[in-house]
Ligand binder design. Structure first.
Ligand SMILES: [Zn+2]
Length: 104
């Protein structure tokens, strides 16, 4: 089974302010912290509202959306920022892993 490096690197790259827990009441303390239920409900499809403005980190433009009813929050990736240095780094990593896979 192939691993999915894209998804993993995405999770590492973006620091989230959302805490998913059912132990605390949902709370919107944007931009410091958002407490969200662990699971979304049927209400989340129709009652999501945008929280704050779209943000950029080193690689992604993203925005938080929060359900007005239950407080469930998701971070939506709006687009990826093209980055030549990052692309070069990725190529280097791929080249290295290829070398490691060659038997002695
Ligand atoms: Zn909801």
């Amino acid at each position: 089974m192939r691993r999915s490096p894209c998804k993993e690197s995405m999770e590492r790259t973006i620091a989230t302010i959302v805490e998913y827990t059912d132990q605390k009441r949902p709370k919107n303390q944007y931009p410091e912290r958002i407490i969200s239920p662990v699971r979304s409900g049927p209400c989340c499809f129709s009652d999501m509202e945008e929280i704050g403005k779209s943000q950029e980190d080193s690689r992604w433009v993203f925005q938080y959306k929060r359900c007005k009813k239950c407080g469930f929050t998701v971070r939506v990736i709006l687009r990826e920022i093209p980055d030549a240095a990052l692309a070069a780094e990725l190529r280097k990593t791929l080249a290295n892993s290829f070398v490691r896979n060659v038997p002695d």
